[in-house]
Design a protein around this ligand. Structure first.
Ligand SMILES: N[C@@H](CCC(=O)N[C@@H](CS)C(=O)NCC(=O)O)C(=O)O
Length: 207
């Protein structure tokens, strides 16, 4: 059976949602980031990058990197239409995923949570955090506009981009305790109301 290596409430939450939405048979294995289990020899044998998510497939091979794992789950469960192969829809979906994973997560949230990765200087940490918040706010404003009059980023059908936005929404609303812009908040509520999402939140101990 496939196994998702995750940490509760991390970006792996989005992959957990996609696995549940896909209807795949899978199990989960918790990686404790607080005790730095991602750097243990056992985990590094599985994923030398020391990150979650990592998805071990039926054949034992391990897939890493959020966008790649999400695309693979979607394309191996085509009946769920989580990633359209129509060129314009595909490009727009990947455009949103990349913005979330590479810019808002890596550039924005990493500055907020790990300012020491950007400066060795204690006095500059607040400025680094503020820059991270600015990047996140700009992204939220972008997605607020994109979701005006839309249920999901691509319209009526949920895609991998919505699962990416979902983990980000969780971080803003539940971790930073900040107010999401109106259309993003409605999207977050819509996602949380999906049975698969509710099940995953419960499984990760987040409700
Ligand atoms: N580029 C990776 C980033 C994954 C990532 O940053 N995961 C975080 C959790 S949200 C992590 O494992 N952090 C542990 C660490 O950096 O030590 C991806 O797209 O999957």
């Amino acid at each position: 059976m496939m196994k998702l290596f995750y940490s509760p409430g991390s970006c792996a939450l989005g992959i957990h949602v996609l696995l549940e939405e896909s209807g795949a048979s899978y199990e989960v294995a918790k990686v404790n980031l607080q005790t730095r289990e991602q750097y243990s020899p056992e985990y590094m044998k599985l994923n030398p990058k020391s990150k979650v998510p990592a998805l071990q497939r039926e054949d034992g091979s391990v897939l890493t990197e959020w966008p790649a794992i999400a695309a693979w789950i979607a394309l191996t469960h085509p009946q769920k239409a989580l990633l359209s192969t129509e060129p314009e829809t595909l490009a727009r979906t990947l455009e949103a995923v990349d913005y979330i994973a590479a810019s808002l997560h890596m550039q924005g949230f990493t500055r907020i949570w790990r300012p020491e990765h950007f400066t060795p200087d204690e006095a500059s940490k607040d400025a680094v955090r503020a820059k991270g918040q600015e990047i996140v706010d700009k992204g939220l404003a972008h997605f607020d506009g994109a979701l005006d009059g839309r249920e999901y980023l691509g319209g009526a059908q949920m895609s991998i981009a919505d699962a990416a936005l979902f983990y980000l929404e969780f971080w803003v609303a539940d971790r930073l305790k900040q107010t999401l812009p109106a259309h993003v908040a409605a999207h977050y509520a819509r996602m949380r109301a999906r049975p698969a999402v509710a099940k995953v939140l419960a499984e990760e101990g987040l409700v």
